[in-house]
Each structure stands twice: as structure tokens, then as C-alpha cells.
Design a protein around this ligand. Structure first.
Ligand SMILES: *Cc1c(COP(=O)(O)O)cnc(C)c1O
Length: 361
């Protein structure tokens, strides 16, 4: 297998999904599995579905299409607010979308009506994280307009936290969400199917048992893919953190100084880094660079290795304290954070290699 490549352990993803879905289920919460960290990788979606999610959430229509082309016809949820310029495709491709603008809803309504179709909508409200969502005092008026639109069915309200402002889901903001849902139901004159309160940042709250009972839907990506809750990025019990591993090959291995020689200017990316003098060190170049991905989210799996930096085609490591012998042509492996995962999964140069380990037990 030519390097670099990323292994995707489908058994571990399935296991993680089962753990998270089990926790959610025990609190009356249904889970949409979010595959956007993998660019809608079909086998990842299938592993999540085997693990018990009931639908797949994606931020890109192209990724939903990719899943459908692979024969995955489960219910799909578009997580990123639809662009006005894509309403026709949204109605054609996604079963549910998250929304916060009446102009967009009006155009989704026209597009759906033309197709004799009903498009399901979850209206997002902003509880303080200051990313997407209708500001709560404006919500009843928003809903009064939205319920008039043919071809659109408001199936729920939702909120997204811990993504922009870093606001943590807690009992207070979840109660506010339930109250807002009550007011929406009053305006609609019927009960909502979904109160979608949580993403991977909500697991601690959920496990504490403090979540209001009416919250019944979560959209979970990172906790399933990387086995972490996202408020403190702690490993979640009974999940794997290494379902994804990046493999790269050593191209050069030399003893060289730890500090550049000669007069210095900016590097290729406009930075002037400072170097600490450790004398001569063992340095390795491997074949991952910034042209492939954000290298800051990579951690060598050998704790004796340290990433010194990267250029567009090389990752440079201090391998002086490696725990095993190294030679040119050897493979180094790295674990990934969410940003590195996204980069690796969208990089054309990095081969995706699904595997199925004996994860259970
Ligand atoms: C990405 C995204 C999620 C999933 O978030 P995780 O932290 O990966 O669980 C949920 N909801 C929305 C709206 C998103 O954009």
C-alpha cells in the first residue's frame, strides 16, 4: 500500500456508535450520525448505521449524494444552513435540513411545492454560542411566518453549542430549548417530533442525568469517530480513540543540528519560527505535508517522536528518542484530531483504507 494512507477501522466505529447510541437511548434520545469529518465516507456511514444511528447528518450536499450513490438510502439531514443558491438541490437530495432564515425557507417551500414534495425542517435557535440560529425572542414570529409556507413541514427545533463560542450545554440552556419548543408547538398548534439539543459536547450532561426529558435528538460526529466528548476532549468510556490512523513513510533519516544555520527569513508559509538548540538530533522527513492537510492535529503514536514542523511536502520530526530502530522506508503512524481527520479524509493524495479489526472484547 503506497504511503501516505489512512486506515479506517469500521469495527471500532461501529463499537463507538453502539456505545454512544446506547447512552443516548437510555435517556430517550435518538441519534443522527454525523459523517462530515470523513467527507461522507459510505463505509463509515454504514458502520454508524449498524451501530444504531437512525439517520446520517452531513454539512455538504455532495457528501449526501456520495452516500446515495453508494446505495445508502437512509434518511439524510443537511446540517449546514442551505444556501439560497442550492435550494433546488437541497429539496431533491436531503430529507431534513436545519434552517434559520425565512427567505431560504420561502425558496425551499417553492422548490418543494414544484416537486409536489414536503421538505422537513428543523428550525435552529441560538442559545448563546453565536453561530447559527434564530435569536430566541424572534422565534415565535419566525414560526408564525414559516408555518404558512406550503411544502415545508417544521418537524423540530434545535440548537448547536460548543462550536463557535464554546458554550457548554447545561441544564439551563437545555431547559430554555424545551421552553422554546413549547412556544413553537403553541404557534404551530401541534407537537414537534424533534427537540434536537446535543452534539458531541453534550455527553457529559447526558451521562449526569441532568438533561430535560423532552430533549429527544442528538447529532453526533466526533464522539463516534474519535471517541471523545468535545468540551474537554476527554476519551469517552468504552470507545476507541484510534479508529483512524494515518500512516506515512520515512523518506530521509539524518543527524543534523536542531537550529538552522545562516541568516534567516520567513519560511515558505510566511512564519519565522524560533528553534531551541538541542545540539545534533536525529531528524526524519516523512511524506505528509501541508499540501495534504493541517499537520497541527497530528500526534505521533510513538511517544518518543516529536513533530518539528512541516512544509508543503514534508513533515519533519525529531526522532532522537524513538522507542524502536528506524530506517528509510519505515512507516510512522499518527493519530488525528478532528481537524486533521477532516484534512486527511478530503486529501486526494491520502489513500483511504477501510479495515475491520476484531474490536469487540
Ligand atoms: C458538525 C455538526 C454536528 C456534529 O458535531 P460533533 O461535535 O462532531 O458531534 C452537529 N450539529 C451540527 C449543526 C453540526 O454542524
Amino acid at each position: 500500500m503506497p504511503h501516505p494512507y489512512i486506515t479506517i477501522d469500521l469495527a471500532k466505529i461501529e463499537h463507538n456508535t453502539r456505545t454512544i447510541v446506547g447512552l443516548c437511548k437510555s435517556h430517550g434520545i435518538t441519534v443522527t450520525g454525523v459523517t462530515k469529518g470523513t467527507c461522507g465516507h459510505p463505509e463509515v456511514a454504514q458502520a454508524m448505521l449498524r451501530g444504531g444511528v437512525t439517520s446520517i447528518g452531513e454539512s455538504q450536499l455532495d457528501n449526501i449524494l456520495r452516500l446515495k450513490d453508494a446505495g445508502i438510502h437512509t434518511s439524510s439531514m443537511l446540517l449546514r444552513l442551505p444556501a439560497l443558491s442550492e435550494v433546488e438541490d437541497v429539496v431533491a437530495v436531503a430529507d431534513v435540513s436545519l434552517n434559520s432564515e425565512l427567505t431560504v425557507l420561502a425558496r425551499l417551500s417553492q422548490a418543494a411545492s414544484r416537486r409536489d414534495h414536503t421538505h422537513d425542517v428543523i428550525v435552529m435557535t441560538d442559545l448563546g454560542d453565536l453561530r447559527e440560529g434564530v435569536w430566541p425572542p424572534d422565534l415565535p414570529a419566525f414560526i408564525r411566518e414559516a408555518v404558512q409556507l406550503p411544502g415545508i413541514r417544521i418537524v423540530g427545533v434545535g440548537t448547536n453549542l460548543a462550536c463557535f463560542g464554546g458554550v457548554v450545554p447545561d441544564e439551563d440552556n437545555m431547559r430554555r430549548l424545551v421552553q422554546l419548543a413549547d412556544s413553537v408547538e403553541y404557534v404551530c398548534g401541534r407537537p414537534l417530533e424533534w427537540i434536537s439539543g446535543l452534539n458531541s459536547s453534550g455527553l457529559t450532561l447526558l451521562a449526569s442525568g441532568q438533561i430535560p426529558r423532552r430533549i429527544n435528538h442528538a447529532r453526533i460526529g466526533e464522539a463516534i469517530l474519535l471517541g471523545r466528548e468535545t468540551t474537554h476532549r476527554q476519551p469517552w468510556p468504552d470507545t476507541f480513540q484510534d479508529a483512524f490512523v494515518l500512516h506515512a513513510e520515512v523518506l530521509e533519516l539524518k543527524h543534523k543540528p536542531s537550529v538552522p544555520l545562516g541568516q534567516r527569513s520567513e519560511d515558505a508559509f510566511g512564519h519565522l519560527d524560533t528553534f531551541v538548540n538541542h545540539g545534533m538530533i536525529a531528524r526524519a522527513l516523512v511524506n505528509i505535508g501541508r499540501e495534504e492537510m493541517d499537520i497541527h492535529g497530528l500526534t505521533p503514536r510513538d511517544p518518543g517522536l516529536q513533530i518539528l514542523g512541516a512544509s508543503s511536502s514534508y513533515l519533519v520530526l525529531d526522532v532522537s528518542h524513538r522507542t524502536r530502530q528506524l530506517q528509510v522506508g519505515d512507516e510512522l503512524t499518527f493519530s488525528l484530531n478532528y481537524s486533521a481527520l477532516l484534512g486527511a479524509m478530503s486529501a486526494n493524495y491520502i489513500t483511504k483504507r477501510p479495515i475491520y479489526s476484531a474490536a469487540e472484547g
